[in-house]
Structures are given as C-alpha cells and as structure tokens.
Ligand binder design. Structure first.
Ligand code: AMP
Ligand code: ZN
Length: 469
C-alpha cells in the first residue's frame, strides 16, 4: 500500500500516516461561518482538503474514508447580518450554505460525507459542557459557562504557547465572571432577537469552539485521524477544541494529526476589504474565470506556503489546462494511475510537483487524464471553454492566452478592413474577407461592439493570415 506522509502541526514533523482504522479513515475540517459569500481565501482549505480526501479515497477505498466539515450557523456575525438586513437568521444561513456548496462545487470540491450545522447539535454540546463541569474543567458564572484553561496542563501545546505568553500577547476579553483571563466561553446567555436554547445555565447559545468538539465526537468518535483548517484557526480555535475534547474524553486523544493550510494573498498583499483587493469565489466565476483554473492556481502552491493569487497565474493556469483538455478530449483514462502523481501527493500533498509531472505527460494522454481526475479536474468532455478562442475588434480579450494575443494582433487589421468595407457598403470586399476567413476555419460576426471572430482551438492563426494574402 502507498505510504502517505503528512506534516503534523502537533509534532511539527512530517510523519507517516497510519490510520487508527484503515477501514474507516476519519477527517474533520473546520468549515465556514455562514453569513456571506465565501471569499477566495475561504476556498483554499476546501481545495487543499479535497485533494487529501481524494488521495485517501484512492489509497484506502472510497467507502473507507469519512470526511466531516461543519457549517457554523450560530455566530454573532450572523446575528448582526440578520439585524441589519431585517431577514430571518435561517434564511441567511440557508442561502449562504447553498452559495458555498455551489461555489465550491465549481472548484471541483467533492461534498464531504457529512456537513453538519452547529444548530443541529445543541443537545450534544450541552451534554459535553455538562461533562466538563462535572470533571472540574469548566464552571458556570452569570449565565455563562467557561472552560478553565488552568485545568488542562497541555493547553497551548499545538501552537507552542504557554498560558502566560497568551495572556501577554493576546487581546483577551477580561470579564468579571472569568477566573483566568484566558478562560473561554462554552455557553453564553441570549436575549431579545439573539438565537437561543434552554439549558441548565438558562436560555442561551454556545460559544464557537464547542461545536467542533461536539460534532467531531458525535460523527467521528473520541479519536480520529486528521483535523484540518487554516492556520489562522490554530490559536485559539484549535487549542480550545483540543482542550474541550481531551478533557471530555481523555482516553480518546482527539485528532492524531493536525494539518493547517497557509493563508491566501492577492498580488502580494493581504486580502482585505479596505485594500480593495477583496473578492469572492463567485465574483471570479462571474468574471468568467473557470473554476478549474482557480483550482489549478491553488494547487500550484504547496498548502503550507502562503499563496499569492495573481492574474498572471490565472492566465498561465488557463493556458496549461487548455493544452491538457485538448490532449485528453476523447481519450480513455488509464485505470492505473501514473506512480509519479501518487508519489508527489503522498509527500505531504506536493500538488506543485504533481502538476509538474502531469505537464510532462503530453505523450501519454491516458495517464494525463487519470492524473487530472485524481487532482479533481473535470474531464475535457464536460468543459467547453477551452475549445474556441473568441476575440473582438474592440479589444475585449476573453483569455490571456499568448496565442490569443497573437491572434488579436494578426487579425485586427483584417477585421478592421471587413468593418470598413461593410460601413461603406462595399459588400463584395466584405463577403470576400468573410468567405476566406471561413475557409480558413474562422467565423466572423457583426456585433454591436464590433466584429467578433471565433477561432477554433486547433486552427493556427498564422495559417489563417497566410490564407488571406
Ligand atoms: P471563517 O469563515 O473565517 O471561519 O473561515 C473558514 C475557513 O477559511 C477557515 O478554515 C479559515 O482558516 C479559512 N481562511 C480564511 N481566510 C483565509 C485566507 N486568506 N487564506 C486561506 N484560508 C483562509
Ligand atoms: Zn473547528
């Protein structure tokens, strides 16, 4: 069997992955808080852990992997969105969940085996909190329940911090009901329009962290193989998940391996609303960037490195994918995968080197096709953007392909000549140009913005121009 090695944040080492139960490999990944469209950064963990899910399914069998990713549908950001829009919380979360699934589907992400919503697991959270209180790891105060960090000696081990460092470095909320400023909320009171449930501590709602501990326990058990998320979640969210779960079920040990993806940036800068470089996955798709191009750009950087989204990378990705789709259209995929792809992915998900290996497979399109499938790219038969290149005279370049730019340079004078012949009603000249282009494989159409030329991908534009001379 293939040996998979993964970098474990907990030990800071690349380790051989040995599942607790090879018949049921279990993975939990923290999902989105659902109040708005996913931005491009939110898609990074989705694509990274989708590749891992596909690799695990390939190695252990598709019926032997359980992947859980939650939806945080109770959160103060959601409450604020409901208050400002006057809409019901349930409408906002339902709509946002569907957007998320549609956008991630466009990036080729498989849906996890379970996608639990936090609000469907309130009794399980309450039970876990009761257990923590009974064992002395949590205490109720003024309608709140807090986790007592001092009761868990290993608190901070994942991110390598001590409680004193955390107090010194973090902006912790000091509250009169906290015994230690680092103690974090398991349950808090609700009033007015805030969502709430009855509990032994009064009407209220859970803190954020407890949902992942409760849902992971319910759906995967007291221990499981891999826990993933962005590295912005390592502290405090993941430290808190560990503290809750390991204190509630000390015999289990919670996640064996922790994996964290690095953050996404845009043109070298942090993605943020104030810098004006903030965009959603949906924005890009609407602009005509195919989902598989976004996926390719993501996979070209290793998940543990910061990744920079640039328009140039998207153009390069489109060019490479166009070539791969042309090579693999109509080809039957090889049932056995080329070893180099598996080897690359098994080395801590080295997707960059998997893409490089695929790019060397032009002479074996059956292998290329099976490798593309493993990486989650669609079959060429299900994609259409790569087939034709279209250009318009008045400069809208549909693709950044350099051959398109060349086409634009070479064809523009011809299109201009056609347009001016039509404008002066010299239909003999206009029809002659149109017929000769047609014979060379290029269609032209008059459009409001100017002539539109469609060049099939297998037509070399230089031959077209030669035919016109
Ligand atoms: P949130 O909805 O903010 O809790 O984030 C959902 C997921 O997206 C988490 O796994 C985050 O770590 C991840 N995430 C948020 N921003 C970025 C970013 N800029 N780059 C990569 N991952 C991110
Ligand atoms: Zn979580």
């Amino acid at each position: 069997m293939t040996t998979i090695k993964l970098h474990n944040t907990k030990t800071r080492k690349k380790e051989v992955f040995a599942p607790l139960d090879p018949d049921n490999v279990r993975m939990y990944v923290c999902g989105p808080t659902v109040y708005d469209r996913a931005h491009l950064g939110n898609a990074r963990p989705v694509v990274v852990f989708d590749v891992l899910y596909r690799l695990l399914r390939h190695v252990y069998g598709s019926d032997h992997v359980t992947y859980v990713r939650n939806f945080t549908d109770v959160d103060d950001k959601i409450n604020a969105r409901a208050a400002e829009s006057g809409r019901a919380i349930g409408d906002i979360t339902d709509e946002t969940i569907q957007w998320f699934l549609d956008d991630m589907g466009a990036l080729g992400a498989l849906e996890p085996n379970a996608a639990p919503r936090a609000t469907a697991y309130i009794p399980q959270m309450v039970a876990m909190i009761e257990g923590l209180i009974a064992k002395g790891h949590a205490y109720a105060a003024e309608g709140h329940v807090l986790f007592a960090v001092e009761s868990y000696a290993a608190y901070g081990a994942l991110s390598g911090r001590t409680v004193d460092d955390m107090i010194a470095g973090a902006r912790v909320e000091v509250a009169p009901y906290k015994r230690n400023p680092m103690d974090f909320v398991l349950w808090k009171p609700s009033s007015g329009d805030q969502p709430g449930w009855d509990s032994p501590w009064g009407y209220g709602r859970p803190g954020w962290h407890i949902e992942c501990s409760a849902m992971a326990y319910e759906l995967l058990g007291e221990n499981f193989d891999i826990h993933g998320g962005g590295n912005d979640l390592m502290f405090p969210h993941h430290e808190n998940e560990i503290a809750q779960s390991c204190c509630a079920h000390p015999e289990g040990g919670f996640a064996q391996m922790w994996m964290h993806n690095e953050m996404l940036q845009v043109e070298g800068k942090k993605m943020s609303k104030s810098l004006g470089n903030f965009f959603t996955v949906h924005d890009l798709l609407e602009q005509g960037v195919p989902g598989e191009v976004i996926r390719f750009v993501f996979l070209s950087t290793h998940y543990r490195k910061p990744m920079d989204w640039t328009a140039e990378k998207a153009r390069e990705a489109e060019k490479t994918l166009r070539k791969w789709f042309i090579l693999t259209e109509g080809v039957t995929a090889e049932p056995t995968l080329d070893f180099k792809i598996i080897e690359a992915l098994s080395d801590d998900l080295n997707t960059h080197s998997a893409l490089t290996a695929l790019n060397k497979m032009a002479s074996q399109p059956e292998h290329l096709k099976s490798g593309m499938r493993l990486l989650g790219f669609p079959d060429a038969e299900n994609v259409d953007w790569f087939r034709d290149r279209t250009i318009t005279l008045y400069g809208v370049s549909v693709s950044g392909d350099t051959s398109l730019a060349a086409a634009q340079n070479l064809l523009t004078p011809v299109l201009e000549k056609w347009q001016s012949a039509r404008d002066s009603k010299d239909y003999n000249t206009a029809d002659d140009i149109r017929d000769r282009l047609k014979a060379a494989g290029v269609e032209i159409k008059p459009m409001a913005e100017g002539p539109l030329a469609t060049i099939p991908y297998n037509v070399d534009i230089r031959d077209v121009v030669k035919a016109l001379k």
